[in-house]
Design a protein around this ligand. Structure first.
Ligand code: MN
Length: 233
């Protein structure tokens, strides 16, 4: 077997880890839909439904260091680019059929992420019963800050989660309001896919999603984790 390729392979997507010289190599990006009650309501849904998932490709990651302002290009085709601030769980140990009671052993760390969404395109696909990728899985659609190992992250599951745009609050809630906890999410997710080290789970966004335009600066926070600042280009 040759070690050569017909063209150079894409580089491994790696996210810096706070306090480590080695990076976190990204495998897959899973996202949970409608996982805060007041966000489900604003999207036109009520009640506790079974968690559902969609994915972004690993190269949708747009890493932004702590204290930096990252740039994100305004994507093509949309006139309604929405922000979704999310707590991201980074999987360090894979597995399938993981029980919620065992789930935390599989988490390497946490980060602040944005599930950027071409809402107009997503809504059109929903209406037609078609896949969401064009609304969710485009380049740079997953800005993310450094990963903090679990031991240093504090109690992120009771942390305040917020997003400001140009200094004004858009989203502000608490991770404790997740409909499906991170452990329950891992249980459901690992029943459908075998989780691998390097998987990221965007755990869902609270209410207040809205549009941003070129020139806007987004500041996302989860108490205990590095702030994520992104300017839309
Ligand atoms: Mn989301």
């Amino acid at each position: 077997m040759s070690s050569a390729y017909v063209f150079p392979p894409a580089p491994v997507v790696s996210i810096p880890v706070v306090g480590q010289s080695a990076g976190f190599p990204v495998h897959r990006i899973y996202c949970v839909g409608r996982n805060y009650e007041d966000h489900a309501k604003e999207m036109g849904f009520t009640g506790r439904e079974a968690p559902f998932f969609f994915m972004k490709a690993a190269d949708a990651v747009r890493f932004v260091g702590d204290g930096e302002t990252g740039s994100m290009a305004y994507p093509t085709l949309t006139k309604n680019l929405h922000h979704e601030i999310e707590l991201v769980a980074a999987i360090g140990t894979g597995g399938k059929n993981i029980a919620a009671a065992d789930a935390h052993k599989h988490i390497y760390g946490y980060a602040v992420g944005l599930d950027m969404t071409r809402r107009d395109l997503q809504n059109e696909m929903k209406k037609q019963g078609r896949p969401w990728e064009i609304g969710k899985a485009f380049e740079q659609s997953a800005p993310i800050g450094p990963i903090v190992p679990v031991a240093d992250a504090g109690d992120v599951e009771k942390a305040e989660i917020a997003l400001q745009v140009n200094g004004t609050d858009r989203q502000r809630s608490n991770v404790s309001k997740l409909i499906w906890s991170i452990a329950e999410t891992i249980e459901h997710l690992s029943a459908a896919w075998e989780l691998q080290p390097g998987d990221l789970i965007f755990t869902g966004t609270p209410e207040g999603v809205a549009a941003v335009v070129a020139g806007d600066t987004l500041v996302g926070t989860v108490t205990g984790l590095p702030t994520l600042t992104v300017k839309i280009g």
